[in-house]
Design a protein around this ligand. Structure first.
Ligand SMILES: [Zn+2]
Length: 467
């Protein structure tokens, strides 16, 4: 196992957890250790590893600030698990009061070989209430020759009485940079080549856990010479990222036909609808993260994925995206008890593709305004290039009988940005005007407004779908 082969044996080999190591190194320097430690944090972040190094350091006569020598009799006995004085208990499987009573009884006896008796209790939150009660007394007044190191992934399950008797060390999830750095080191040691983005993907999948990252890497390098992004995606079934991005892209451009066709394909391939919903939510969350940070490199994923996120979200509004997130969160709840999740997803996609059908709050209206703004922006950039097409469209629409009432027209007119009223199809023909959407002075604008009353109607008709 890569994780056990590359398990750090000294503090300098440990990656991450700098603050905790700083405190422990200080204790080593002063040769003054706590009687009870409580290591709490995310799985695979080095709690048990550091507990074992600390246990050896306390007992090693030749220890340095960097940890144990790992060669003396004490160190060897702990590494080889032959010492009776270093006891490791897995509370996940030994959580009864009898297990703890047995452990407490053994604390009465002095160590046989080591300088201290060390008790490492892993997953300590699994102990029963009575087992915790029994342990409390010993931890309150531990015999001088005993040191307890408790490890847990769920600190909130540890009774306050126990917590208050221990020095608590919080272990944070490892950053993707730290995980990638360690993966690089291990792969170089194994003489395996890799793509950097492949390591990013593994780091993302491991969710801050070094153990998970190394386990994934191990699984992958068995089946290939070079660790590539495609290989990671295929092996870990990560093609969902592209699918989710494609569906979100369709939803945001209100292309229901394409989104539903993609959903159908995904469904026929046997993909889980709940997982798909989670992937869609992840994609939207990444979009919001990107918009908030205004930087795609904060997303833990490949560069291609980051580029795609920029493309999808750069012109989107945050409140608009939160509306979609609400819809998907509701969908996720619904799917849990649904007898036909596919239909639920289908309906949700239809709803998301047609925000103008809805009346629940301002967000659908905002979605429509955003789309309108985008179209205006695109018209602005098109400028003269699009004038022929624009004229043609206006002519077609001018034949349409759909007309709004005078009041509605006035209202819509007053809500439109200046650039809309300033731009009329006739102006596009004028050779003197550089940009038909260019801002005009108030005087010019008023004069033109008077002349162009009928021309504005044409523009309004063009956007009648959104008004
Ligand atoms: Zn030693």
């Amino acid at each position: 196992m890569l994780y056990t082969t590359y398990r750090p044996q000294t503090f300098s080999e440990v990656v991450g957890q700098e603050q905790n190591l700083l405190t422990i190194r200080e204790q080593i320097k002063n040769n003054k250790f706590d009687s009870a430690y409580l290591f709490a944090g995310h799985r695979g972040t080095g709690k048990t590893t550091i507990a074992r190094i600390l246990a050896r350091t306390i007992c090693c006569p030749d220890h340095t600030e960097d940890g144990p020598c790992n060669t003396c009799k004490s160190c060897r006995s702990i590494i080889e698990n032959t010492s009776l004085d270093c006891i490791e208990l897995d509370a996940a499987s030994h959580n009864s009061i009898n297990d703890i009573k047995e452990l407490i009884n053994s604390t009465k006896y002095l160590p046989t070989l080591l300088s201290k008796k060390i008790y490492i209790i892993d997953e300590v939150h699994n102990l029963s209430a009575s087992a915790f009660d029994a342990l409390l007394k010993t931890i309150e007044e531990p015999p001088v020759h005993c040191i307890f190191i408790l490890c847990t992934t769920e600190l909130h399950k540890i009774p306050a009485t126990i917590r208050s008797r221990c020095s608590i060390y919080q272990f944070s999830a490892l950053s993707s940079k730290t995980i990638c750095g360690r993966l690089e080191f291990v792969l170089k040691e194994l003489d395996k080549s890799y793509e950097e983005d492949a390591l990013q993907l593994i780091a993302k999948q491991s969710d801050g856990s070094m153990r998970d990252a190394l386990s994934i890497a191990e699984k992958l390098i068995i089946s290939c010479d070079k660790l590539t992004v495609n290989h990671v995606k295929e092996t870990l079934c990560l093609l969902e990222d592209e699918i989710a991005q494609s569906i979100i892209w369709d939803i945001l451009s209100q292309n229901g036909k394409s989104a539903l066709s993609m959903l159908q394909t995904v469904y026929e391939e046997g993909k889980n609808m709940s997982q798909l919903t989670d992937n869609l939510l992840q994609c939207l969350t990444d979009g919001i993260t990107y918009l908030t940070a205004n930087d795609s490199s904060v997303l833990i994923n490949t560069k291609d994925y980051q580029q795609e996120i920029i493309k999808i979200f750069e012109n989107q509004k945050m409140e608009h995206l939160f509306w979609y997130i609400d819809q998907l969160c509701t969908l996720r709840e619904k799917i849990r008890n649904s007898i036909n999740p596919f239909i639920d997803v289908q309906l949700c996609i239809v709803k998301c593709c047609h925000p103008k059908l809805l009346n629940d709050g301002m967000i659908p209206v905002l979605a429509r305004i955003t789309k309108l703004e985008q179209e205006l922006e695109s018209l602005k950039t098109k400028g003269y290039e699009g004038k022929e097409q624009l004229n043609e469209e206006i002519n077609i629409r001018a034949d349409s009988p759909s007309r709004k009432t005078d009041t509605a027209e006035e209202e819509s007119n007053s809500n439109l940005p200046e650039s809309v009223t300033a731009a009329s199809p006739q102006e596009l023909d004028s050779p003197e005007t550089e940009n038909p959407f260019e801002e005009k002075t108030e005087k010019e604008h008023l004069m033109e407004e008077k002349e162009n009353d009928t021309k504005d109607d044409d523009i309004l008709n063009l956007f009648s779908d959104y008004l």
